[in-house]
Design a protein around this ligand. Structure first.
Ligand SMILES: [Zn+2]
Length: 413
């Protein structure tokens, strides 16, 4: 094991691969715009496949266009240990979100090759199709792999132009033939930039991800009565916007009644008739609430609902409080979480436990296999933005943790 213990990611090689991949779909603002199943996505996939083949991997593509690059183990009958993420981006996205997880997996393969380490189980580096959901639906392909969605339903999804996912996969040559889930993983690990500010603020290099927050989103409609801004006395008004404004304040206050706080956001509002000299008769607004504990999330929902209802009653307004989407929280596998924490400790890389505020393919995989995630800091927590940035040394350290986790799980030495 002594040789294997000294293996580290090659910082410059990993950074070089990230920068080379970032040229495909590069935007003037320094980011990347590479929407899933476009010509640019094809180029990125082709580059990844060529790199994997040069590293001795055998590449399979499944019916959702997920790419699996396998580094063989000594025992081909063993289930693979899998790692990876996504290569697609937001329209004005960054060079690291998703791409880091894919290329950290590739760097792991390259580093194991350099060190001459053979594992017992195979290692698969995977690219999940359309994680971002800009064109079809986010995390759909990893969801099909994990049994969340049916293949037929997913392939029949259409983009805003009416093109089906099946046709889009065909068009870029990535409608693969490998059956979905033909080689289920023994475990899955995803490396990813944090997309939040916590690691950087605390000067920690690795986030040991415990799980991902649950999310419940609502649409609230407040109905009052329109009236003339000059003639209707204040005490007679049923101003829907004023009621909504008080509700926005009230739901934010609910967040501070819990420790740890849920994150609650009102980010969208519409006012009818939206005229400077008419008292608003109806106002709709969104609420996005997230917390790692599903029970807390339900309590938060009740408290927000009650607070809004009380404000409506006091102002003689009607209110409709509707759930529009939900995603349950995910807890990652204790064994995988420990593997990551222990590997960071052995490598003397600073770390802390953390929850993911965003959804990731790993959240789907957690339903199908023991799963863990490794976060690394990104500059000022900025993501889904051309300015997204990360330090080569942090990316390499996160990758070194990944390498050691993969070696442990796949049986090195
Ligand atoms: Zn991502």
């Amino acid at each position: 094991m002594s040789d294997a213990e000294t293996i580290r990611a090659d910082k410059d090689r990993l950074w070089g691969s990230l920068m080379e991949m970032g040229r495909i779909g590069a935007t003037p603002g320094g980011g990347v715009g590479r929407i899933a199943l476009t010509e640019l996505d094809r180029q990125a996939r082709d580059l990844f496949v060529s790199w994997c083949e040069q590293s001795g991997c055998a590449v399979r593509v499944d019916a959702m266009g997920n790419i699996f690059a396998r580094r063989a183990g000594r025992d081909p009958s063993l289930a693979p240990v899998m790692t990876g993420s996504h290569l697609d981006t937001q329209p004005l996205g960054g060079r690291f979100d998703g791409i880091y997880g894919v290329l950290a997996g590739l760097e792991a393969v390259r580093a194991l090759n350099d060190a001459g380490v053979t594992t017992r189980a195979p290692i698969d580096v995977v690219v999940w199709t359309d994680e971002e959901g800009v064109r079809f639906s986010g995390m759909l392909a990893s969801g099909v792999f994990s049994g969340v969605y049916r293949l037929e339903d997913a392939l029949a999804r259409t983009d805003p132009d009416g093109v089906t996912m099946a046709a889009a996969l065909e068009a870029i040559g990535y409608a693969g033939t490998a059956p979905i889930g033909d080689s289920p993983p023994a475990a899955f690990f995803e490396a990813h930039i944090e997309q939040g500010p916590i690691l950087e603020a605390e000067d920690k290099t690795v986030g040991v991800v415990m799980g991902a927050q649950g999310q419940r989103c609502f649409h609230v409609t407040v109905t009052g009565e329109e009236g003339h801004a000059g003639t209707l006395p204040m005490e007679l008004r049923r101003d829907a916007l004023l009621g909504a404004a008080r509700m926005v304040d009230a739901v934010n206050r609910v967040a501070f009644q819990h420790d740890p706080h849920p994150v609650i956001t009102v980010g969208s509002i519409d006012v009818r008739p939206n005229s400077p000299n008419t008292i608003p008769g109806r106002t709709g607004f969104s609420i996005d609430s997230r917390h790692p504990d599903n029970d807390v999330l339900l309590t938060v929902e009740r408290e927000m609902n009650e607070a809004c209802a009380a404000i409506a009653a006091a102002a003689d307004l009607e209110i409709a409080f509707e759930l529009v989407s939900e995603r349950k929280s995910v807890s990652f596998d204790e064994g995988c979480v420990c593997s990551i924490r222990d590997a960071a400790g052995r490598l003397s890389i600073s770390h802390r436990d953390i929850y993911s505020g965003a959804g990731h393919d790993a959240c789907n995989l957690a339903l199908a296999a023991p799963t863990g995630m490794i976060f690394v800091p990104c500059e000022r927590g900025i993501s889904h933005n051309e300015q997204e940035n990360a330090r080569p040394v942090d990316l390499a350290d996160g990758c070194s943790v990944l390498i050691h986790v993969l070696m442990e799980r796949a049986g090195a030495g």
